[in-house]
Design a protein around this ligand. Structure first.
Ligand code: HEM
Length: 410
């Protein structure tokens, strides 16, 4: 079985758990989840790169994170034993796998998808209950992200809804915090098995009758004539789906939540929809759906004068790096005009393959939601207990205007 449960990923989850346990504050309390950045500032006070107990280093500095992500002395190394996917493979093998999967993610391919994404957003909003109340996650973000990723892969329209729970469970499988609970762990494994079985069937269908989707592209011989096995295609597609689903949902919900917490900026954006793309960049910076990137020192190295021995685990706190005061003035302020640099989509060899696509999704959904005059219902907002990914359990809002007419809902 392959999706997210190779030895590499099991080790990676253990490493990540170890990392969080070494931080000098409680990462499991509600206070941390409400505002992890306040806690992470305590680390920054001791410098942008810190050695924690054991061979573990944490990086909160933007420049220092970039240095690690761009340095071939850091990679996945021993974490990638047996992993046949692009997610945790070092160069040069990584490049070969990434190239095979990259075609639907080019700027041109994504630009072609934009009208369909906007159409889907309009359809989802039109389907909101006449009372105007909707959970932005279950009702809007999740179905959009599901559709986008399934369309790329080649999952037929009528077969998509059945996977919505499974994709969330599979994403949880990458987070040590979610896996602490035995019942969740079991559900993660079931979801992986079910989805892998489904993908194997889809692969066989596309071998027999190729279509224009990613599975069809992957079952064809590559430019060097090499043919991927069913297991390799299952792993690659499965991991792509996991990588592309949950963070996209979280970006939409975290982004809207940040705007709801700053009504003045929400109103500013409503008055100036041309700023939506810039706003999405700032929302990515401000509260990123992925909080931790992990690397291992493949040989002895140095990060900002700190010697790092081979085998050291390096945790890059991207949310903290995005708020590095050496990079941004008033980094804790949501400033939709700042066009910021950030690490929320990674950097270097493993830079997010779906970056362009997810920006289009977020622009389409957040742009449309802002036009609907969303108002929080007052239900207390809870973050998921996960630590690597960051998102909300639910985000109920009332949409007080019709997006199509920009008038009252009724
Ligand atoms: C359509 C949606 C998305 C797809 C298909 C997707 C796909 C991927 C893939 C395939 C990778 C691995 C690239 C490689 O190793 O070469 C990746 C990396 C990454 N993605 Fe995405 N992604 C999506 C959305 C997102 C979102 C919304 C976020 C967060 C805001 C995100 C954050 C990241 C980060 C931080 C990495 C770097 C991981 C690392 O270096 O360890 N992705 N993404």
């Amino acid at each position: 079985m392959t999706i997210g449960s190779t030895p590499a990923e099991v080790i990676a989850v253990d490493v990540a758990r170890d990392f969080w346990d070494r931080l000098p504050f409680d990462v499991r309390g509600a206070e941390y989840h409400a505002d992890p950045y306040r806690f992470q500032e305590r680390l920054r006070a001791d410098g942008p790169v810190l050695r924690l107990a054991g061979e573990v280093v944490v990086v909160t500095g933007y420049r220092e994170c970039l240095a690690v992500l761009g340095d071939e002395r850091f990679g996945f190394g021993a974490l990638n034993t047996g992993a046949q996917s692009f997610l945790m493979v070092d160069p040069p093998e990584h490049r070969r796998l990434r190239t095979r999967i990259a075609a639907p993610f080019t700027a041109r391919a994504v630009a072609r998808l934009r009208p369909a994404i906007e159409h889907r957003v309009a359809g989802l909003l039109a389907g909101v209950d006449r009372s105007g109340e909707v959970d932005v996650i279950a009702g809007l973000g999740a179905p959009l992200a599901l559709d986008v990723i399934c369309a790329l892969v080649g999952v037929p329209l009528d077969e998509r809804p059945q996977w919505i729970q499974a994709l969330s469970m599979m994403a949880a499988g990458f987070d040590p915090e979610a896996l602490r609970d035995a019942a969740t762990s079991d559900r993660v494994n079931c979801a992986r098995l079910d989805f892998a079985r489904y993908l194997r069937g889809l692969i066989e269908q596309r071998r027999a009758a190729p279509a224009g989707d990613l599975v069809s592209a992957l079952v064809r011989p590559g430019p060097d004539g090499s043919v991927l096995t069913t297991e390799q295609v299952t792993t690659a597609v499965g991991q792509l789906v996991v990588a592309g689903y949950e963070p996209a949902v979280d970006l939409i919900a975290n982004g809207l939540y940040a705007l709801l917490c700053h009504p003045g900026r929400l109103a500013w954006l409503r008055a100036g929809p041309e700023h939506t793309a810039a706003a999405v960049e700032e929302l990515l910076r401000y509260d990123p759906p992925i909080q931790l990137l992990t690397r291992v020192a493949l040989r002895d190295a140095v990060i900002a004068d700190l010697p790092v021995a081979e085998g050291t685990v390096v945790g890059l706190l991207t949310g903290a790096a995005n708020r590095d005061p050496r990079l941004h003035t008033e980094p804790h302020r949501l400033d939709l005009t700042r066009a910021p640099q950030h690490l929320s989509l990674g950097w270097g060899e493993h830079f997010c393959l779906g970056a362009k696509l997810v920006r289009v999704q977020a622009e389409a959904m957040l742009g449309a939601l802002v036009r609907c005059h969303p108002v929080a219902t007052g239900e207390p907002v809870r973050h998921k207990p996960t630590l690597i990914s960051r998102g909300l359990e639910r985000l109920p809002v009332v949409l007080t205007a019709d997006p199509a007419e920009d008038g009252r809902w009724f």
